[in-house]
Each structure stands twice: as C-alpha cells, then as structure tokens.
Design a protein around this ligand. Structure first.
Ligand SMILES: [Zn+2]
Ligand SMILES: [Zn+2]
Length: 275
C-alpha cells in the first residue's frame, strides 16, 4: 500500500481561489497522478490558514491576509470527490482549545499538525523570519523549533506531524547548530512517542534548499526505536508532485526498517504494509 495524505490542491500563492482548484476536474488530475504513481489512497490537506474559521484560532497578520475560504464547503467537496478529508493545521501554543473546537466541528479523516511558526516568527518564510527573531543563533532557533514540535505532539490535537525537522528547510544558507542534533531531536521524539502521534516522511524537503527528505535519517531512526508509526507524503501543491520521489522515500524507509504505513478514516488509524 502507498498513500499520499499531505497534498494541496493549489499552490500557496495569491489568486488561487477555491472555485478554480476545488473542482472535479482538478481532483481528477490529482487522482490520475496518484494512480500513475501506484498510490492507492489519496488525501488532501489544505492549510488551515486559508479558511475563515482559522481566525477563531489565531489572528497572526499572515492569517488575517489569508483566511477567507469556506472550510465546510471544502470538506464537502473532498468527500464528494472520493478523497480522504484532511487538513494541515498549525500548532499554536495556547490556542489548543480553539484549535480543537474548529477541528472537532468537521468530518476529518485525519489532521496533520505542523509547526510553521515559533511564537509569531516563521520557520519557512522570509516574512516574520524566526532566524531574525532569534538573532541568527542556530541553537536558539533549533531549541525553540523542537520545543514547539514536542508541544504540538503533546497537545493530542493531531494524527500526524508534518515535515518534523522543517527547521532545516533553508539548508546551507542557515546552518544548524554545531552540536549533535540528537540533543534537539531526543526530547521531541520522546514527546511524539508518548503522545502516540504518527510522523510523516515527506519528500517535500527534496524540493527545498535543504534538498533532503524530512525527517533526517537520524531523527527517523529515533522514531523507529521509540515505536512511532509513519506516514509517507509528498506535500504536493501541484498534480505533478503527487508521489514525488517515492522510490527514494521507500528506500529511505525500508533502510531504517520501516515496513508499515498509517492509513486513516474518521480519525482512526490503521497500519498497512508499505509498498
Ligand atoms: Zn507545512
Ligand atoms: Zn503542506
């Protein structure tokens, strides 16, 4: 079984309205790409900040710009299109109850939790840059990022944690700390294992400056050791990225002894054989 659950039906750019992308024709393009890649189960996980109810959670200036679409119409569209109904929801510290309220009111098959922000500072965009906010100190940036990831896991809000070492996204442009990265990873993986949340192997990192799969092999190995289950996803924002570099990802996973994948329906997890 292969799955792609972390998939966006549209790019993150402006002028990508639902009426152009949440259509049967666009869903068919993604389905065809999944079929061609041998992916049996396809789920969609748009960013929560594109939907109006996100402002019930957080009023970050970026979200105030972005949160306009109808979240219920999106869920109905996915179910009618025969796609797994997912969402990529940011973890916002202190907003746990408000996140839960927005999620619980909708019929999601799964919720992918992401850490794109540490406080109000952004991990993977130039605006509100966390590196700027933390004085370009790699230890500060990594410490704060992994603390937030651990808190996201412990919140119990999510079924899967997306791109778990996103902080490396900029690659050599913003090198990580000198010391052994396991010092940052170990507490996060302990929180992930304790919470029973799954972790995503994402090929999106291969398309970013870092040019590596998320997570790093060392992070994934700690997860394997701790019995954390995995999903496999492309984080596609275009049909041609569905199942992106899956051969490489499968080799990565089997090399670490990962032989099963999570599937989700109605927020219930099942493990299937990978491949
Ligand atoms: Zn993301
Ligand atoms: Zn995404």
């Amino acid at each position: 079984m292969l799955t792609d659950y972390h998939v966006h039906l549209r790019p993150d750019e402006a002028d990508t309205p639902p009426e152009r992308y949440f259509t049967a024709a666009n869903a068919a393009r993604y389905r065809a790409a999944a079929d061609a890649a041998g992916i049996a189960e396809l789920g969609i996980s748009e960013h929560i900040h594109r939907f109006a109810p996100a402002l019930e959670i957080w009023r970050h200036p970026f979200w105030l710009e972005q949160a306009v679409d109808d979240l219920d119409a999106y869920c109905e569209f996915l179910a009618a299109a025969g796609l797994r109904v997912g969402i990529e929801a940011d973890y916002v510290a202190g907003a746990e109850e408000r996140i839960e309220a927005v999620l619980a009111a909708r019929p999601f098959d799964y919720v992918i939790g992401s850490v794109h922000f540490v406080g109000a500072a952004a991990v993977d965009q130039d605006r509100w840059d966390v590196w700027e906010a933390e004085g370009h100190d790699p230890d500060r940036v990594w410490s704060r990022y992994y603390e937030q990831l651990a808190a996201a896991a412990s919140s119990g809000l999510f079924d899967v944690l997306a791109h778990p070492d996103l902080v490396k996204v900029w690659g050599p442009a913003r090198p990580g700390p000198e010391r052994d990265p396991r010092a940052y990873w170990e507490p996060a993986v302990a929180a992930i294992a304790a919470a029973g949340v799954a972790v995503e192997v994402s090929t999106a990192g291969l398309r970013k400056p870092v040019a590596e799969i998320y997570p790093a092999p060392g992070f994934a190995a700690l997860c394997v050791e701790a019995g954390v289950p995995f999903t496999l996803s492309s984080d596609a924002h275009l049909p041609e990225h569905v199942g992106y570099a899956y051969d490489e990802a499968i080799e990565f996973m089997t090399g670490l002894g990962i032989d099963r994948l999570c599937t989700f329906a109605g927020r219930e997890r099942t493990l299937e054989r990978l491949g």
